[in-house]
Ligand binder design. Structure first.
Ligand SMILES: *Cc1c(COP(=O)(O)O)cnc(C)c1O
Length: 434
């Protein structure tokens, strides 16, 4: 491959590898899955653009893996942070901004009657699961293959060999005792969930799902799937948790749950609600939230939770989203990308499938429908890696994994979309030459 990242990126990354394992603070940032390191080292973001340390510009579809729904350095968000920062960065006491953010979330997310902040999405999911176990007095968590719910021990579990077999660890350092109570099932398969709950439903604390999956690429639920999931979960006496860390406020001003008409007992939130600063939250049914310490016996805490600057950035982001309601425009731009990429791929005889929901979509390098992890994994990793490089070379920054989404932000305009399509055309032409 001809393309090389800039000299300064290379130099910074070399320094990084000496002091940070693999040179990255999250493995998802590495370029190992897309033809190899070094990755591009970024210097700044502005609107829909990134600029790297060598001064090269890219149109950004990463959105920092989801949070940056307004694009980089939105002026309203930046100003809100500036206005607040002189008053200190952390108090360890209740404070108005975290309370305002909690009120804003409760007012806009259906079924969120109370909410508790954390610092990350990982903690939000971990705590929601602890709460479901506390409330039901049961141990087992049912989740779905290919879904990412953060990096807590219990969530690093992949599927067992069949329905209702327990999982195996996805990471070294996760003891068997932790994963033996976590079951991973194929997504979008109601029969297997029904079978599992029929067998062991009385031990299940919660069924945990993304209502629209974002972490094996975008995978929407089949018609009726979530409604049936909710009914089966409640029939078993378990709680339904929706992990909306990616999806809340991504598709409209609220949760994906209310778009789809299926409200869970508990939500896990993160990403967009922190406006680019660290934040997570979990909450839902009032009676269930009464179990949270100091009211109840479910302990959960956080020195940095409800951080005033994160609350301010989150509030400012939600204010812009509510005021400007950019969702339809974002979805229209994403639709233009979807339709034209499909056409270009066909023109150059490259089999692809695109799953799109609103402003988020994934290009899978295979021609069959993608509705679960097995079908998502059929996306050709070598083709994706090559495409990723070709696009990068043309100034388009895509997430360095075939299982991530392209996120169109409120800062993208028709101009960026047209440039992206030009780059797509050249990239697919190159791919077709082998
Ligand atoms: C990103 C993500 C998480 C983890 O959030 P962090 O803030 O990275 O800990 C959990 N669940 C889903 C669905 C996510 O996309």
């Amino acid at each position: 491959m001809a393309y090389e990242v800039g000299e300064k990126s290379q130099a910074w990354f070399e320094r990084a590898t000496r002091v940070i394992p693999g040179g990255v603070n999250s493995p998802a940032r590495s370029f190992r899955a897309v033809g190899g390191d070094p990755p591009v080292v970024m210097a700044r973001g502005m609107g829909p653009y990134f600029e790297d340390v060598d001064g090269r510009r890219y149109i950004d579809y990463l959105a920092a893996f989801g949070p940056l729904v307004l694009g980089h350095a939105n002026s309203h968000v930046v100003q809100a942070i500036k206005d607040h920062v002189d008053e200190g960065t952390l108090w360890g006491t209740p404070a108005p901004k975290e309370i305002e953010l909690a009120e804003t979330l409760v007012a806009s997310i259906e079924g969120l009657e109370q909410v508790r902040f954390t610092s990350t999405g990982t903690e939000a999911v971990m705590s929601a699961i602890r709460l479901a176990r506390a409330f039901t007095g049961r141990p087992v968590v049912v989740k779905f293959e290919g879904a990412y719910h953060g990096h807590s021990d219990g969530m690093l579990v992949k599927a067992g060999s069949g329905a209702s077999t327990v999982g195996t660890q996805d990471s070294l350092g996760v003891p068997w005792g932790v994963v033996k109570d976590v079951i991973s099932l194929p997504y979008n398969d109601i029969a297997i969930l029904e079978e599992t709950l029929a067998k062991i439903g009385d031990q299940v604390a919660c069924v945990l799902a993304e209502p629209i999956v974002g972490n094996m690429g975008i995978v929407p639920p089949k018609d009726g799937y979530l409604q049936q999931m909710k009914e089966l979960t409640h029939k078993a006496g378990a709680l339904l948790i929706f992990d909306e860390v990616i999806t809340a406020y991504r598709f409209h001003y609220g949760s994906a749950a209310s778009l789809l008409g299926v409200i869970p007992d508990l939500y896990a939130l993160g990403k967009i609600i922190g406006g680019g600063l660290p934040a997570g939250a979990y909450g839902g049914r009032y009676d269930v939230m009464q179990y949270v310490s100091p009211l109840g016996g479910m302990f959960q805490a956080g020195t940095l939770a409800g951080n005033p600057l994160s609350s301010v950035a989150g509030l400012a982001t939600l204010e812009v989203l509510q005021r400007e309601d950019p969702y339809q425009r974002m979805a229209e731009l994403a639709k233009i990308l979807e339709e034209n990429i499909l056409e270009i791929a066909q023109e150059f005889d490259q089999p692809i499938t695109i799953n799109r929901v609103g402003s988020a979509f994934t290009v899978f390098f295979q021609e069959n429908p993608v509705y679960d992890y097995t079908t998502a994994k059929m996306s050709d990793p070598v083709k994706f890696a090559r495409f990723h490089r070709l696009m990068l070379e043309r100034g388009i920054y895509l997430a360095p994994s075939r299982f991530e989404a392209w996120f169109v932000s409120a800062a993208h305009t028709r101009q960026e979309i047209d440039k992206t399509l030009e780059a797509c055309r050249e990239s697919f032409r190159e791919l077709s030459r082998g």
